[in-house]
Design a protein around this ligand. Sequence first.
Ligand SMILES: Cc1cc2nc3c(=O)[nH]c(=O)nc-3n(C[C@H](O)[C@H](O)[C@H](O)COP(=O)(O)OP(=O)(O)OC[C@H]3O[C@@H](n4cnc5c(N)ncnc54)[C@H](O)[C@@H]3O)c2cc1C
Length: 395
Amino acid sequence: MADHEAIVIGGGISGLSFAYAVASAGQRVLLLEKSDQLGGCVHSERHADGFWFELGAHTCYNSYNGVIEMIEACGMRDQITPRARVSFRLLRDGELRSIPSELSFLEIARSVPRIFGAKKEGQTVRSYYSRLAGQRNYERVLSPMFAAVPSQDADDFPATMLFKKRPRRKDILRSFTLTGGLQTLIDGLASRAEIETTANVEVSRVERTGSCFVVHTGDGRRFSTRTLLLAIPPTQAADLLCGDFPELAKPLQRIRVTTVKSVGVVVAADMLATPPVAGIIARGDLFYSAVSRDTVPDERYRAFTFHLRPGHDAEARMERITEVLGVERRHLERVVERQVQLPAPTLGHEDIAREIDHLTAGTRLSIGGNFFAGLALEDCVGRSFSEARRLYPES
Ligand SMILES: Cc1cc2nc3c(=O)[nH]c(=O)nc-3n(C[C@H](O)[C@H](O)[C@H](O)COP(=O)(O)OP(=O)(O)OC[C@H]3O[C@@H](n4cnc5c(N)ncnc54)[C@H](O)[C@@H]3O)c2cc1C
């Protein structure tokens, strides 16, 4: 018999939302996370004096129904915090410009006849949106804007994966964060009584033994379970499964991933001349975007997290960061680096996701993550909730 009913590998939003859904079905869950902090791509960097800024995900919307359900279940509705009305600006020739000012409306007008009948299915982000807005608008404005969303070039993403229409909760702010940043939701989920979380535990192998799964950790421990969810990047999931589940490892290996490197910097508020912005979008630069904390203004500090293109050394990055912000290096009160993995899907990706579902159907093994419906937090939560319903249909 298994020691545990359910084990989750990976303490990002996918793993935690699966644990939440299984706990809501009346089962206890053990969650294993390799790093010292839960959250994965959700990482609010917090100062001792209360200031915080986001190194990863920063915005939720009132269309994030699953995320909102969990916020409410954790008793955190009063922690929903509005985002100040500041916008993203495009950096061109050293100046921050409004996005509409960079678009050619003549080109958009010429594209109008092509809008009708435009379908996202089978299209890349580049082919779909250049049809809607025109080739030049796409290359100059939309392509860098879309790259800022997943912090990588998104031109070859399937058009269906980038933005989704979902019903909106009219009683919730259109876009929001939480008091203390989005990590607050991670903390709330991890503190639920039915979920046991263990950080600093890296899973090294997954094995099948009779009707159970045995999870081996890097520090030599073994945990057996009846139900297992892997909520980690696809190549890492493939590594854990390739011994006893080679057929499942194969489609996971075919999913492209990219490493997102980010550098967050904090500056005293009175040192910066840059006007308040939600973030800076760059084109042909060494960063895709710099996401700002100006959305929740603070009198003492401002913070920017630069999401970087690969291939530049630390010195070149810091030189460019200080140049963009117009400060000297000694003015940076804090510099924090972080690195995560994100999928880099291309056309045909949906077939890989279907193949994974086909291989796990009827088993108590589940694969979650941001490479099914899409990369947004709500896509991860939606995937986890539907897998929890598959495994615990009676709840
Ligand atoms: C810079 C950035 C900004 C973003 N902004 C937004 C935003 O504003 N809004 C939005 O909706 N989405 C945003 N996203 C997307 C969203 O944050 C991610 O897609 C989502 O958080 C991924 O969650 P996950 O749990 O699937 O994976 P991850 O967050 O990657 O979590 C996986 C976890 O598994 C752990 N792990 C890996 N291997 C092992 C192992 N062998 N054993 C144990 N643990 C392991 C990792 O340490 C990690 O904690 C952003 C993403 C990034 C990178």
